[in-house]
Design a protein around this ligand. Structure first.
Ligand code: KIV
Length: 271
């Protein structure tokens, strides 16, 4: 019997228990009520309102310009539809990096104004005090290491992280420091599978991989990527479970053709 099957609402402690029980964690993104409802009903354990919304929904080149107000708007919409999954909101660039008090104020807004049940922040050791501050007032925090897209300019793009031994050691150290500070789980993005395996074995909190191999305690993908809706680029780690972008194009072409040829609407579709 799994921890989460038949459960009314999944909590942060449930996510920690899933690692102990050897049950894999399935996480996906959502930015609106329609998608969130479909994803929630399909059985995912965690729904992340990712700042990837800036690229997927806002058409931007990267996540850096996403604001608190935008993220609160997306999170409120998702909250209105989620009944079962744990709802995690991504804190946008510069909403938590100034100091722990700024982070607390903004993380609190996600819980108080938008219905989030946890927040996600990017970064390692320098974020430890911030994690401690949020956790001290009862806000569950998900960490994010490896490729941290809010640091893409410093990292030189969206490259695999931790290939060199000194960088791998730093990531392992960061994972331990974040666990010590109190994160309940840890996203590992675009790191070699062997390193993700080592980190997963070294911490008691669950790791959730994206481009980090099969040994993580769970996996996360951007829903619009795995459904084939976001087609601007396709990282190697994205497995497409549907081609909804193609299906939508086909449907719209058929509609345009029916309108132009006067075959829509017919009598059954008229009053
Ligand atoms: O913003 C996002 O969607 C994310 C996930 C890809 C982990 O951070």
């Amino acid at each position: 019997m799994s921890i989460t099957s038949g459960k009314k609402k999944i909590t942060a402690p449930d996510i920690i228990s899933m690692k102990k029980d050897g049950e894999k964690i399935a996480m996906l993104t959502a930015y609106d009520a329609l998608m969130a409802g479909l994803v929630d009903q399909s059985g995912v354990d965690i729904i992340l309102v990712g700042d990837s919304a800036g690229m997927v929904m806002g058409g931007r080149e990267n996540t850096l310009s996403v604001t608190m107000e935008e993220m609160l708007h997306y999170t409120r919409a998702v909250h209105s539809a989620v009944k079962r999954a744990l709802l995690v909101a991504d804190m946008p660039f510069l909403s938590y990096q100034l100091n722990p008090e700024q982070a607390l104020k903004n993380a609190g807004r996600f819980l108080q104004e938008a219905g989030a049940e946890a927040v996600k922040i990017e970064g390692g050791a320098p974020m430890a005090d911030t994690v401690r501050r949020l956790v001290s007032v009862g806000i569950p925090v998900m960490g994010h290491l490896g490729l941290t897209p809010q640091s893409m300019h410093q990292l030189g793009g969206y490259k695999v992280q931790g290939r060199e031994s000194d960088k791998a050691e730093e990531l392992l150290r960061d994972a331990r420091i974040l666990q010590e500070a109190g994160v309940f789980s840890l996203v590992l993005e675009k790191v070699p599978a062997s390193l993700a395996r080592e980190i997963t074995g070294a911490v008691s909190i669950p790791t959730i991989g994206i481009g980090a191999g099969v040994h993580c305690d769970g996996q996360v993908l951007v829903t619009h990527d795995m459904l084939g809706l976001f087609r601007k680029f396709r990282p190697k780690f994205v497995r497409r479970y549907a081609e909804l972008g193609n299906a939508m194009e086909e449907a719209v072409k058929n509609y345009v053709s029916d309108v132009k040829s006067n075959t829509f609407p017919d009598d059954s579709e008229s009053y």
